[in-house]
Design a binder for this molecule. Structure first.
Ligand SMILES: [Fe+2]
Length: 351
């Protein structure tokens, strides 16, 4: 209760205490702000005409610092215009002097109810938003799981690529763990590796399975799959740009002669370079319609020979260290790995 007139303050305070409220009194705006600084209150009743700080200034200050405070201004009848101005500034109500105590009681109750509803509504909105975001995240994950199932299905149909994505994911995980990358990075490498060739669903099967040498046009057609894959996954991987980069750039080379963007050296994200080593090793050690599988020894030699040209030397070294028993390669057993997007932070909501 803020009023420079002690008698008036007492009347209102006695009334409200009679209703069970706990009240504090301030003789000026400055004093009120000082008190609120120590203990914010849900409701302020303030006179408009006060020396030093007037009621409008006090109202602005209160709403700027404690926007959830309900403010009722007390005006003289002649000041109805200022009362309206206060409502526009954010006061919840006003009472005009001389007032009936019953009226003040009713306005106070109403203002507190209104404030409670505003707060509840905001809390509800906030929870709703969180739930919507969680659901959206889950829907994206479900869609990714479907796509993962689709990749496996397509690979199973084709004897040349059977199990490719799982093996590439396993090799990539081996490299990532060998390098002790952060768990978050390891997860996105697993996600990207598992889905890296998804764009092949957009490549003609006749070209994909052609025995014999590919023409330039056919080769270019196959090499569209990273771009197609990135286009398919983009709407689902907004929270995992690192994984999306793996899909788009896994055929890039350190020397800049790769596909589709001709990225060179450090322009290729490290996660991508990890998957490129894993992908190339598996491609070399798998049978292709146009050539037999290379031996593990020969494929390993190729990785070593092309270090710094096609492959990242750190990723190659980590691959060799992670799989020291070459006789056990290629790995075929799928490793249990949840396919999930990184957690999405819930944005702080503006009130
Ligand atoms: Fe590929």
């Amino acid at each position: 209760m803020v009023d420079d007139e002690p008698r008036l303050r007492r009347v209102l305070v006695r009334l409200l205490e009679g209703e069970g409220f706990t009240c504090s009194e301030a003789g000026s705006g400055t004093e009120a702000l000082e008190m609120m600084h120590h203990e914010p209150v849900p409701l302020v009743i303030s006179d408009l005409r006060m020396p030093q700080m007037d009621g409008v200034t006090l109202l602005r200050e209160i709403l700027a610092r404690w926007p959830d405070t309900a403010v009722i201004v007390v005006t003289a009848v002649a000041e109805v215009e200022s009362a309206v101005a206060c409502l526009q500034l954010g006061a919840l109500d006003y009472v005009a002097k001389p007032f009936h105590l019953d009226e003040v009681r009713a306005r106070v109750m109403q203002a507190l109810d209104k404030r409670r509803l505003i707060l509840e509504n905001r809390m509800y909105q906030h929870q709703l938003e969180e739930r919507v975001q969680e659901q959206a995240h889950r829907i994206e994950e479900l869609s990714l799981e479907r796509l993962q199932a689709l990749v496996h299905f397509l690979e199973e149909k084709d004897p040349y690529t059977r199990g490719h994505s799982v093996r590439v994911a396993n090799y990539s995980l081996g490299i990532a763990r060998q390098l002790q990358l952060d768990q978050e990075v390891i997860d996105l490498i697993a996600l990207g590796a598992e889905l890296h060739d998804i764009g092949k669903i957009g490549v003609s099967e006749a070209v994909l399975h052609k025995a014999g040498k590919l023409s330039d046009t056919e080769y270019r057609h196959i090499m569209e799959h990273p771009v197609i894959g990135a286009r398919i996954l983009e709407p689902l991987m907004r929270d995992a740009p690192g994984a999306l980069a793996i899909v788009r750039s896994h055929h890039e080379r350190l020397d800049g002669k790769g596909f589709p963007d001709g990225l060179r050296g450090d322009a290729i994200p490290f996660e991508v370079r990890v998957v490129t080593v894993a992908d190339s090793f598996d491609a070399m050690t798998s049978v292709r319609p146009y050539r037999p599988a290379l031996s593990v020894q020969r494929a390993t030699q190729e990785l070593e020979d092309m270090q710094g040209v096609q492959f990242d030397p750190r990723a190659v070294a980590a691959f060799l260290a992670a799989f020291p028993d070459r006789a056990a390669l290629p790995v075929t057993a799928p490793e249990a790995r949840p396919l999930h997007l990184p957690a999405r932070p819930v944005e702080a909501r503006r009130t």
